[in-house]
Design a protein around this ligand. Structure first.
Ligand code: AMP
Ligand code: GLY
Length: 424
């Protein structure tokens, strides 16, 4: 393999990390990113086709003669990007729409888990006319978990001990979506397991943990993720083996038996109780963001080889090597994130650009960044950037990431000061 051209779809920190990883591949000579951000522009050619324009992306892939398309976010996959590329014979890292539905519909995910006999929380589907009180009574005594059955950009789940709030969210979701899921609350610690799969096999990447709440100590509103680290010690070897036996193997067996196998990464959100079996909290059909930023640097094997193998059913032939180092990333969020982020502010004090993951030196993953008319770096999103590092211990990685973050100035911004606290 030589002179390979890759198109990365998306424009966040995850896609910047994908571009960094792919740029280290010995096979890749050209990277295109659409829409990209102010970080990907140093590694890739940015294009202006939005991730929602499936025909536009297909045309772009053909125009640049892409050997591989790597889908960052879930929305284009749910809208059929992989299906359209497959019709044209272009390998896509990311599943076809019918399988992307695992993330697009929580009910569908539950039905697949039931069919594959995979452990997950008990649930009720509630619609107009359902006995809401009986359902709430059924899971009384712990917080109620209410999940909308649509792609809701991280705003589709309410976990609350307040019955009135639970009922109100159930009612409004039935009103807008026609139905809603009420789930049994699972106690425990969460972790993310990213599993690269295709029809021939699967590869579990080292487990990670992200920090979804906006403020220190896991307080405040839910966000897309304020930081992450990898590996997560809560996933011991025993938990990992149990997860593979009870979740990953049955899911892979189920998915490979379908008309089109799953080709991409399955993000398995795990709840790990103090004792007993891990359960699935959610599936996503993409790399997590920011989990991607700290998982890819620990893959020692060539990233293009891995992603291309998964897109073409070649995984069973691959032996993937991982580093024994630790990685951490801390997200710098705009003022007002997550409710109403202030955009368009100048970002000052940026270090000189690092184009590769390097142990001993931290780097910036751009996310919501762009340039103003004067060519200055400005914020364009809620999660603006993250500082990432790898080191011999988690402490080292966290310290390097914070040291870098502290040099960057963005008016009104905030970040968590306790990334990795569960493991430290
Ligand atoms: P989801 O979008 O399904 O991942 O849910 C968002 C967050 O809600 C998860 O990351 C968990 O923190 C929490 N959550 C979801 N389902 C449950 C559950 N059954 N028990 C406890 N917490 C949950
Ligand atoms: N960091 C959580 C996610 O990407 O869904």
């Amino acid at each position: 393999m030589a002179d390979k051209v890759v198109l990365v779809v998306g424009g966040g920190g995850r896609e910047h990390a994908l571009c960094m990883g792919l740029s280290e591949s010995q096979h890749v000579t050209q990277i295109h990113c659409s829409p990209g951000n102010a970080g990907t522009v140093s590694l890739a050619m940015n294009h202006s086709v939005p991730a929602s324009d499936i025909e536009g992306l297909l045309n772009l892939a053909k125009k640049v003669s892409a050997d591989l398309v790597v889908a960052g976010p879930e929305a284009p996959l749910c809208a059929g990007l992989a299906d359209r590329l497959s019709e044209q014979g272009i390998p896509c890292f990311g599943p076809v729409a019918a399988l992307a539905h695992l993330e697009g519909s929580k009910l569908h995910a539950k039905e697949v888990m039931r069919a594959a006999d995979v452990p997950t929380a008990a649930f009720h589907v509630l619609e107009k006319g359902s006995d809401l009180d009986a359902a709430l009574d059924d899971f009384a005594g712990q917080p109620w978990v209410v999940k909308r059955d649509v792609l809701a950009g991280g705003k589709g789940v309410v976990v609350t001990a307040d019955r009135v709030e639970a009922l109100a969210f159930i009612r409004s979701s039935i009103e807008s979506d026609g139905r809603v899921l009420l789930e049994q609350f699972l106690p425990g610690e969460e972790a993310s397991m990213l599993v690269v799969m295709d029809g021939s096999g699967f590869v579990c990447l080292p487990a990670s943990q992200d920090h979804k709440r906006a403020f220190d100590g896991d307080n405040g509103p839910n966000t897309g993720g304020m930081g992450a680290y990898c590996p997560a010690p809560v996933v011991t070897e025993e938990i990992r083996d149990l997860t593979v036996q009870t979740i990953i193997e049955p899911m892979h067996a189920y998915l490979r038996g379908l008309e089109q196998p799953y080709r991409g990464v399955l993000y398995v959100g795990l709840m790990i109780p103090k004792s007993g079996l891990p359960s699935v909290v959610e599936f996503n059909v993409r790399f997590g963001d920011p989990e991607c930023q700290i998982t890819l640097p620990l893959i020692e094997s060539d990233l293009f080889e891995l992603l291309h193998a998964a897109a073409t059913d070649g995984l069973s032939q691959m032996k993937v090597r991982f580093s024994h180092l630790h990685a951490a990333t801390v997200v710098l969020a705009a003022e007002g994130y997550p409710q109403s982020p202030v955009k368009g502010r100048l970002i000052r004090g940026m270090p000189s650009e690092r184009l590769s993951f390097s142990a001993g030196e931290a780097w910036v993953n751009h996310a919501g960044t762009g340039q103003n008319a004067d060519g200055e770096l400005i914020s364009t999103g809620g999660r603006v950037l993250s500082c990432s590092a790898i080191g011999p211990t988690l402490e080292d990685a966290v310290e390097m990431a914070y040291a870098l973050l502290n040099t960057i100035d963005l008016e009104g911004s905030h970040f968590r000061k306790d990334i990795g606290f569960r493991a430290l």
